[in-house]
Ligand binder design. Sequence first.
Ligand SMILES: [Zn+2]
Length: 225
Amino acid sequence: MSPLEVPTINPNIDIEKSVGIDLGLKDFLVTGDGLYVPIPQYYRKAQKRLTKEQRKLAHKKNKASKRRAKQVRKVAKLHAKIARQRKEFHHKTAVLLLRKYEVIAHENLNIKGLARTRLAKSVHDAGWGTFITILANKAEKAGCLTIGVNPSGTTQMCSDCDAHVPKTLSDRWHACPDCSLELHRDENSGRNMLKKAEGHPVFKARGVRSTSWTMKREARPLSAG
Ligand SMILES: [Zn+2]
């Protein structure tokens, strides 16, 4: 690796503007300080339509028919439209986050578990990998920083006292019996992403704990669409 490829940390970066984000299917992302970015309705609608048109195509068995060729074009067009919408949504969301935060911790998608991988291939494929790449590139250009962390345990752990608070997929609320912290499970998870990033040099250099942001609560919800 040449010296030019070594990532340097902007010395003027404001670590008070740090946040952890949780990526999901219900909301596209939730930040540790309570901002919710939902998946846009138009995107969901287009996805549904694509599924319908793909089903129609599957029923047209005669490969030589003109009707089938027409349906193939229709599906391809819809695919392209969805890809365009998703890209636009990803860019908007990244800009929105970087207007507000300078250090963003997120789950490292390369080491995520099987369950999430299967979800990602579902109808509502949200394209987190593409989004994280876009976010990282934009952050670098803006002198900001994204940090990928191992997401294991981020859902179950209490972001305040580290207690293990078991949850099933349907448990949407984090209620800690030890320190009585109560908040949405995705917010708790987002906070844990940031906690996991605490070892990053950007925090060590300043000697400040990244959790100082917990006092700053913001209005919600926040729409990217
Ligand atoms: Zn707790």
